[in-house]
Write a protein that binds this ligand. Sequence first.
Ligand code: SAH
Ligand code: MG
Length: 220
Amino acid sequence: MNEELQDYLSHLIPETPGWAVELETQAKADHVPIMDCLSMQLVMQLIRLHQPRRILEVGTAIGYSALRMLEANPNASIVTIELDNARYQQAVQNIKKLKKDSQIKVIHGDALEIIPALATAGEVFDCIFIDAAKGQYQRFFEAADPMLASGGMLISDNVLFRGYVANPELENKRFKTVIQRLRAYNKQLFNHSAYTSTIIPIGDGVAISYKNNQEGVDQA
Ligand code: SAH
Ligand code: MG
């Protein structure tokens, strides 16, 4: 998205709550890659419209996006997974301070191990938000897919990764594998028979996938 448009859109957003501004400042100071304001607004709007009761988040960082998703649907309960110990501790602290610890459960560990454990335990979610290591999206997806109810929503952040994913000329040696993997991820999402997907090119690119209602598919 060009800078002018991004500027215009971000200035339309009314005042952010003080606690969220504080977390944005904290993230900036520690170089934690939390969602940018436009992507965050989009995810919050999807949550308002979809009203998921149970949300699984992969990649907590300091708890910012989990807390904002809860702001968008105060009735939700969220399970969120973070690998990094310092960030996990920070998230737990932030969530506790805002008294949301009864609704947001932070799990410390590798999502590649935690997600299958949740699936084995019979957990079910109506929204899954993937925002962690970009090279692993396919694996997160495969592990989490069985837990997403039909009619549920899968949101994947960073699927256009700085524009590299859509533009072969921007190809970058350092990120070659990540870019190739994201391309493969997007392709399989769009071709997956159980999902209908769309990508919104704001922020780093947000994919929105709807898990088709099986009855609807059968009737078609
Ligand atoms: N969703 C957050 C930002 C997450 S940044 C927000 O917008 O507020 C991505 C996070 O994913 C990082 O903190 C990183 O430590 C974590 N991460 C990366 N790989 C992971 C994995 N395999 N399991 C769990 N967390 C992981
Ligand atoms: Mg992200």
